[in-house]
Structures are given as C-alpha cells and as structure tokens.
Design a protein around this ligand. Structure first.
Ligand SMILES: *[C@@H]1O[C@H](CO)[C@@H](O)[C@H](O)[C@H]1NC(C)=O
Ligand SMILES: *[C@@H]1O[C@H](CO)[C@@H](O)[C@H](O)[C@H]1NC(C)=O
Ligand SMILES: [Zn+2]
Length: 325
C-alpha cells in the first residue's frame, strides 16, 4: 500500500513541471475528465498546495495566539433578497445575491465576504467529505466560500494568494435539520444541470454549528478546477447534524446531466476530490484539544474509520519531501 502511494506522490511531483494546457474546460469526478486528469486542462491542479488534505491530528501546530475566534458579521441577519439555488452539474450551490455577511479575525488575512455555499457528499455514509481527520471521512462537507474584500469580487480574488477563505463544516448523521430542509425542499426544482431557482434567504448562522472556536487552519486551493492555490482553509471541529433521510435527498434528487440528455443520467453523489499531498505545509489548530494521537483502541471496523491508507499517503508524502531536498 505504502509503495503504491509513494508512486502516486511521485507522479504528482511530475505534474508540477507540467506547463502545457490544452483547450477545454469540462471536468468531472469520474472517467477520462476525472481528478487524475484535471492537471492536463488545469495546470494548477498539479501544484504543491492543493486541497483537500487529510488532517493528521498528532502533527498539527497549536497557535492560540493567532487563531482567535473568527468574527462573524451579518451572519445572524436575513437578507431581504432571495438566494439562488443552482445545480451546476458538480454540486448544489446557494449563491448569496447580496454580499453582506463577512468574516474577519481568526488569523484570516483580511476581511472576507460570503459569496456562496455548496456541498460535497457520498453515495454512502462512509464517504462524502473532501477533507478527513486521521483518515476518517464524513458523509458530507459544506463549504462557505468568501472572497477577500480588498479585491471587490470573487472573480478578481479567485486566483490571488490571499483571495479566498473557505469555511468547511463536516456533517454527521443525527437529528433532522429543519434549516437544511428549507434547501432540500427545492431540490426537485433543480434536478438537472443548469437548473436554478430563487429561494428565501436565511441567516447563515442557522446552517452552522453553535461552537466555532475550535478549528484547523491551512493554506490550500479550490478543490475543483481550476484549483487555484488561493484558499485560506478553516475546518471546524464541531459537526452539523443531519438526518439520514435528508442525506438521501442529496443522493437521489439531483443529477449531473442536463435534462435533455437521454443517453446519460447520474446523480451527483461522490462529488469529492481525494486528499492531496501536504508537501511543505503545516496544519494549525486553534485549541489544544485538536492535537491528539490517533486512538488505536478504536474499533477499526467501525463505519467511516479507514485511516490506514491515508496515513500511508501522508507518510509517503513526507518521504517524497525528504528525498527531494
Ligand atoms: C471585479 O473587480 C474587478 C477589479 O476591481 C473589476 O475590474 C471587474 O469588473 C469586477 N467584476 C465584476 C463581475 O464585478
Ligand atoms: C473534534 O475534537 C475532538 C477532540 O477534542 C475529536 O474527538 C473529534 O473527532 C473532533 N472532530 C472533528 C470533526 O475534528
Ligand atoms: Zn467545495
């Protein structure tokens, strides 16, 4: 397993020198235009600061001085203007048409304006999140995408080093979640790619967990092409609860094809990219509780704990680094 991952990392390294870029802007999560091939059309996808990553909790650096609580502005107010819910063929995305919610502090390099949020989910409960903690994946991950206010809009911020901040939230199966149901209720209006519908806006705080002071921080990229390495990532420790039946709506109601495509139809599930090599980066944590050794007494057959391959991936990435110095 380890040698295999080592080869994977060496292959990644080879991509770094890729400077060719062919025409075409289509990409998918499977097949000939899948993640292993993204770098051919989108060279940034072969870079050394890619996302997502696997967070190894024993390796994180605690930095309480810098990673103070994030300050949320207008996250608890409701916009008078509707949100737009869209199926873009890769995910379901909610666009915030009025840019009034902002985050600052928490070690973020500026003030960041909320632009949109979207989801990554699996066909089963054991997978779906893009990031993982010690190899444990969650059934869904939400990304709230913000642009740095100093760039004025997402278009000019998206490829700047300090252009984007994404807040990442993991989901766990639990109680029925009324707030997400308001979004899910509209899924049958956006069944196919490019479908969109206006939905009533809601305070963003309703979609987030209560305690937000414990988080991981690292520098990475967009997890979809063009994979710009412009993202300051924040991954929160507290998870969002959602009922299994609600996740089933994500899995079965929205499709990656346009309506007229009679030859092809597939639901969007498994719209996640595999963890990328960390290379020279470090992951920081806002609280000492977030640095812990992997609990080896945990039942290895338990759902969602397939840590071995990813730990091997991390080890091989470090090995690659040492060999290349
Ligand atoms: C985004 O900001 C840039 C730079 O300020 C500006 O030139 C561009 O027109 C803006 N784009 C949109 C879509 O507003
Ligand atoms: C949150 O932190 C606790 C330890 O303080 C850990 O057991 C739990 O798995 C963490 N969850 C996430 C999503 O990081
Ligand atoms: Zn995302």
């Amino acid at each position: 397993m380890e040698w295999l991952n080592f080869v994977v990392c060496l292959t990644f390294a080879a991509f770094i020198t890729d400077v060719f870029s062919s025409a075409g802007n289509e990409w998918t999560y499977r097949g000939a235009k899948g993640p292993e091939h993204w770098h051919l059309d989108f060279p940034h996808c072969g870079g050394m600061k890619q996302s997502p990553i696997s967070v190894a909790t024993s390796e994180v650096i605690i930095d309480m001085e810098r990673l103070t609580p994030i300050v949320f502005k207008n996250y608890d107010t409701s916009s008078s203007v509707d949100y737009t819910l869209e199926n873009n063929g890769h995910t379901v995305q909610v666009d915030l048409n009025v840019k009034e919610s902002e985050v600052t502090g928490g070690g973020l390099p500026g003030t960041f304006v909320a632009q949109q949020f979207h989801f990554h989910w699996g066909a089963t409960d054991e997978r779906g999140s893009e990031h993982d903690i010690n190899g444990k994946h969650f059934p869904m991950e939400m990304h709230v995408v913000h642009y740095n206010a100093k760039y004025g809009n997402i278009t000019s911020a998206i490829n700047k080093d300090d252009g984007v901040a994404v807040l990442g939230f993991f989901f766990e199966i639990g109680r029925y979640n009324d707030h997400f149901q308001e979004i899910i209720n509209h899924f049958r209006q956006i069944m196919y790619k490019n479908d969109m519908v206006d939905i009533k806006s809601m305070p963003l705080v309703q979609l987030m967990p209560a305690k937000l002071s414990k988080f991981y921080r690292y520098l990475g990229s967009l997890t979809t092409p063009p994979c710009y390495e412009s993202v300051t990532w924040t991954l929160f420790n507290e998870t969002i609860e959602i009922a299994e039946e609600q996740l089933v709506s994500f899995r079965t109601t929205v499709y990656e094809n346009v309506k007229d495509d009679v030859n092809y139809g597939r639901d969007i599930s498994d719209d996640f990219r595999m963890p990328q090599c960390l290379f020279r980066r470090r992951v920081y944590a806002s609280h000492p509780d977030l640095q812990y050794a992997i609990d080896t007494t945990e039942d290895p057959t338990a759902a969602g704990t397939s840590s071995q391959p990813l730990i091997a991936l991390l080890i091989s990435c470090v090995t690659f680094l040492l060999l290349s110095m």
